[in-house]
Write a new protein. Structure first.
Length: 127
């Protein structure tokens, strides 16, 4: 099944890197990209999105804030928080908002494991 994945990162290079990994793993999936939390919310409200991949450090609201908002809008949406900041506090806050933490630099095995888990979760929910 084709899925729609939201990639949110203020760095164009980082978005391109995530998009390349995603395309390598699931070439038939659709992706939409946003540079910040506000753009992401606009995209989410424009149409259904299945999975969200969020950078932690962004201008304005950070990825944790966005993850919490996305989970409130779409409780069943798999969300990953991507960051090089692996402090226990960040990991705990990601878990609190229902986001899986993926360390930067993002690798294909890490993204692949998250997406396989997300796909299974969505299928179990009938999505």
């Amino acid at each position: 099944m084709t899925r729609k994945v939201l990639i949110v990162d203020d760095s164009k290079l980082a978005r391109m890197s995530v998009a390349k990994l995603l395309t390598g793993l699931y070439p038939d999936w659709t992706r939409v990209e946003a540079t910040n939390a506000d753009e992401a919310i606009v995209l989410i409200k424009q149409g259904p999105t299945d999975i969200a991949l969020l950078d932690f450090n962004m201008p304005g609201r950070d990825g944790l804030s966005l993850a919490a908002e996305l989970r409130a809008l779409h409780p069943g949406m798999p969300v990953a928080l991507i960051s090089a900041n692996t402090q226990q506090e960040i990991l705990a806050k990601a878990a609190e908002v229902g986001a899986q933490f993926l360390p930067k630099p993002l690798t294909e095995p890490a993204l692949g494991a998250f997406l396989a888990q997300a796909e299974a979760q969505l299928k179990d929910a009938g999505a």
